[in-house]
Ligand binder design. Structure first.
Ligand SMILES: Cc1cc2nc3c(=O)[nH]c(=O)nc-3n(C[C@H](O)[C@H](O)[C@H](O)COP(=O)(O)OP(=O)(O)OC[C@H]3O[C@@H](n4cnc5c(N)ncnc54)[C@H](O)[C@@H]3O)c2cc1C
Length: 482
């Protein structure tokens, strides 16, 4: 890396915030998508918006690409470094800047972990609703970038519903604010554009979040079914009744087996479980809960367990939250897929996944946010077996094709990142991709901000031979796609 840039970065983060030692850089070579690794040339750990702006400015002037990073739990390679580039890691920015219970707002730096927000306001009877399963470690900055979801987003909405303002360092190093504590600001909704943009439009350095009152009561049940389709029919019946549970999660037999081996959550031994949670005012919740129980019985649930207290509820959730990591108990390697289908298409998609398991001779464990049709098929494989990793990836890709053929999407909450950029043309027309490209170029005309993520480029997707090297024009000019 150019010595002038190294010196500028060292000045930008004066308190030991520059990492250039090769062995230390390896810590940042990948996110949760560990199959993709690139060692960056430098990592900076800024502590303030001004320091982030100084780092970005230095990179911009040197035309060196940079990638924002939170906790690195992303599952789509969004924080994958660019070779010869800089990683701007926000984990030193973990202050809760303001708590306004009356206004139901909390202002945080981007490195604050998701769960810390609720911890900060729980004593005041409030919490922060979006709850990715990684919430004890993933950062608010990463959540904003990915528009993260979680089990309770069925009722409460994804991150975008709860972010009311951000401070953004634009890709040329300027500092701006979007949105704010006052609702419905005039002008273009650029906050809506930035949330979910996967770190491609700038770096978020402060976030104003909406917090909500803790519901008066929470009721949770675990239902065992003889088949996934029976469990799927129960989900459809609950929603058709006009009931919006706080969460409905579904897991198949293989996922149950893994969870039991890992955390002994005492799930029913059956082909499918539904974890259903309702919350709200006590009287309303009691009657709706009774109705959900009745629907599950009518849908031929083999077993229904109702959490009697908070510790039983926590145990039910422990199994679900541990589901991804638990795969390590039944398979040396696994790939987490993330797709969406219209809720009513669950049965054909599950049949399709079962057929793909046969075709590829691989196992797939299924974990779903069933209420909003967000599937997480976990493709199990043994990386040390020749060719099995590639087969697993191909199978995972075929699952996305299946989701699309049923009118769904290539990602629900894990983002496009580097992993699915080349799948974007399967879902979006050339015209739509061109609009995305122009929006991105308006923020980042020089193509230095997290290049190679989200949007396909000819080099990235193998249309032009040779290894991927980000080129500004690939982002800035639609003409280079032709
Ligand atoms: C076990 C496990 C369970 C998970 N469960 C869920 C789940 O239930 N729901 C869900 O949605 N996701 C889930 N995830 C995925 C992941 O945790 C989320 O995407 C999370 O939001 C990533 O946060 P992070 O801090 O780790 O971000 P990183 O992985 O570090 O970065 C993610 C993206 O955000 C960008 N970014 C990070 N910080 C900033 C910033 N300050 N400004 C601009 N861009 C930034 C990066 O460039 C990258 O593109 C899970 C992951 C794991 C490993």
């Amino acid at each position: 890396m150019d010595s002038g840039l190294v010196a500028a970065l060292a000045r930008a983060v004066p308190t030991g915030g520059l990492i250039t030692a090769p062995e230390a850089l390896r810590t940042y070579e990948c996110d949760g998508l560990t199959g993709h690794r690139v060692v960056p040339s430098a990592v900076v750990l800024p502590e303030s918006t001004d320091q982030v702006a100084a780092c970005v400015s230095a990179c911009h002037q040197a035309r060196v690409p940079f990638v924002a990073r939170g906790a690195g739990t992303g599952l789509s390679g969004g924080a994958l470094p660019v070779a010869d580039g800089v990683v701007i890691c926000l984990t030193r920015m973990r202050a809760i800047l303001d708590v306004d219970i009356q206004g139901q707002r909390v202002t945080v730096q981007p490195g604050v972990a998701n769960l810390q927000v609720s911890d900060a306001v729980r004593a005041n009877g409030h919490y922060y609703a979006p709850d990715p399963s990684s919430q004890s470690v993933c950062t608010i900055g990463g959540n904003v970038a990915e528009n993260s979801g979680g089990a309770h987003c069925l009722k409460y909405g994804f991150t975008t519903t709860h972010v009311v303002g951000v401070t953004l360092v634009t890709p040329d190093g300027r500092v701006t604010t979007l949105g704010g504590a006052v609702a419905d600001a005039p002008g273009y909704d650029l906050l809506g554009v930035v949330v979910g943009s996967e770190g491609t439009l700038g770096i978020v350095t402060e976030v104003i979040l909406n917090i909500i009152p803790i519901p008066e009561t929470v009721r949770t049940m675990l239902c065992g079914f003889a088949s996934m389709s029976a469990a799927g029919l129960a989900v459809s019946a609950i929603i058709a009744e006009g009931i919006t549970p706080a969460a409905i999660e579904m897991m198949d037999r293989l996922a149950i087996e893994a969870v039991e081996a890992a955390v002994h959550a005492d799930y029913p031994r059956c082909q499918a479980v539904l974890l259903v949670e309702l919350d709200g005012p006590r009287a309303e919740c009691a009657s709706t809960f009774a109705r959900v129980e009745e629907i599950c019985r009518q849908s031929e649930a083999q077993e229904i367990r109702v959490a009697a207290d908070a510790s039983q509820r926590a145990m039910m959730w422990r199994g679900r939250r541990a589901a991804f990591a638990a795969m390590g108990r039944i398979s040396p390697d696994y790939y987490v897929q993330d797709g969406v289908i219209p809720r009513g298409r669950l049965a054909p998609v599950l049949d399709g996944i079962a057929a793909l398991e046969q075709e590829y001779d691989l196992r797939v464990a299924n974990v779903f946010h069933a209420g909003d049709g967000n599937l997480h098929p976990l493709v199990l494989y043994t990386g040390s077996h020749h060719g099995e990793g590639d087969r697993a990836l191909e199978l995972a890709g075929r699952i996305l094709d299946l989701c699309l053929s049923e009118g769904g999407s290539i990602t629900g909450e894990h983002g496009v990142g580097s992993d699915k950029a080349c799948a974007m043309p399967k879902m979006f027309s050339e015209g739509a991709l061109e609009v995305f490209t122009r929006v991105r170029a308006a923020f980042d005309p020089d193509g230095v901000c997290n290049p190679g993520k989200v949007l396909p480029t000819p080099r990235l997707c193998g249309e032009v031979p040779g290894p991927y090297r980000p080129h500004p024009l690939e982002i800035a000019g639609v003409a280079t796609r032709m």
